[in-house]
Design a protein around this ligand. Structure first.
Ligand code: SF4
Length: 337
């Protein structure tokens, strides 16, 4: 391995990548996305979004599994081959040179030490880091119809099934981006408020704050998780209950909420204001919600208006709802959905 390879393979957290230190939300990332020249050709895949707005809130922990496996920089290109459900890693120009075991050995120790992360951003299309749609080649060099995840990405998602994971390319989609950031902040809050001191009381407090986020994503799990913490919680030891709750919660919010579901939540929250507002003000608010439903205004517009009145008339319970503020407003994510 070259000196450069050793440096990058062993780097855990490099504060020079996190100029705005003090960030406490730790997120793993493919090293090439931060501009590290670790790609097979000695180049990088610097992500403007990750190196820009996200660095104000996330402290990134970078890792290149191919460098960690000792493949060097530059290196011959790799590809996946064989059974798409259990692919092998080989050199593109030497398909008989199977380096799967060497690759796994390179990241194994690191993988076991990622339990402190609240999210992971992976580089797309890579046979190592790609989250999905990675080609798996047949012996005739044609790709299978079935695609795979890269081998490191696959191991990461299997080892940490609740961890919010996303690809850099998908972060260009406003809905996927908003959803990923929301999941990372929710995961972080859960670890701080519940896992730091697991108890039914802390679970209930978390559930209470996230009630309307859950409602926006899944009415079924909104009710189901309420039941789990109500009648069913005595069936489980507390650690198992927390794990089950987190698994179901993260699954429920794993896809972006649609406009109709957000509209439904806006109406529920509006219900808290009805006794306090004059008729024409109520109608103005409802008209704005209707415009949001029809796509004429964004979610931030509807929520800013609602929040204005909830700050004046809302109870402590409703003002504490994470739906109103799931992550810092400065990220501007709800201006685009
Ligand atoms: S995609 Fe993954 S394996 Fe490839 S250069 Fe980036 S960090 Fe390394």
């Amino acid at each position: 391995m070259t000196d450069k390879s050793q440096l990058i393979a062993t780097t855990h957290t490099d504060n020079t990548d996190n100029a705005r230190t003090g960030n406490t939300i730790l997120v793993g990332i493919s090293a090439c996305l931060l501009g590290d020249e670790v790609r097979f050709n000695g180049g990088h895949s610097r992500s403007k979004y990750c190196c820009g707005p996200l660095q104000d809130y996330f402290r990134f922990e970078k890792f290149c599994p191919e460098v960690a496996a000792g493949f060097g920089i530059p290196r011959a290109t790799l590809r996946l081959t064989g059974d798409p459900l259990n692919p092998r890693m080989v050199y593109t120009r030497e398909p008989d040179n199977d380096v799967t075991e060497q690759f796994h050995t390179g990241y194994e120790t690191r993988l076991e030490k990622l339990g402190h992360l609240d999210g992971y951003i992976l580089a797309k299309n890579s046979p190592s880091c790609g989250m999905e749609r990675v080609k798996v080649f047949q012996p005739n060099s044609h790709p299978h119809d079935i695609k795979s995840a890269g081998l490191f990405a696959k191991a990461l998602m299997a080892r940490y099934p609740h961890l919010p994971v996303e690809e850099d390319g998908r972060l260009n989609d406003a809905h996927l981006r908003e959803n990923f950031v929301q999941r990372v902040f929710a995961h972080h809050t859960f670890r701080q408020q519940v896992m730091a001191q697991p108890s039914v009381k802390n679970l209930l407090a978390f559930h209470s704050q996230y009630k309307y986020i859950l409602m926006a994503h899944s009415q079924t799990e909104y009710r189901g998780l309420g039941q789990l913490l109500g009648q069913e919680h005595q069936d489980y030891p507390i650690e198992q209950l927390c794990d089950l709750y987190l698994q179901r919660f993260m699954t429920a919010i794993s896809k972006p909420a649609n406009r109709g579901n957000h509209y439904n939540v806006l109406l529920h929250l509006f219900g808290y204001l009805k006794p306090h507002l004059e008729g024409d003000v109520k109608q103005d608010i409802l008209n704005t919600f209707e415009h949001y439903l029809q796509g004429y205004v964004n979610l931030a517009t509807a929520l800013t208006l609602l929040h204005h009145y909830l700050r004046q008339f809302g109870s402590h319970y409703v003002q504490a709802q994470r739906y109103l503020s799931p992550y810092p407003k400065a990220l501007g994510l709800r201006n685009q959905v």
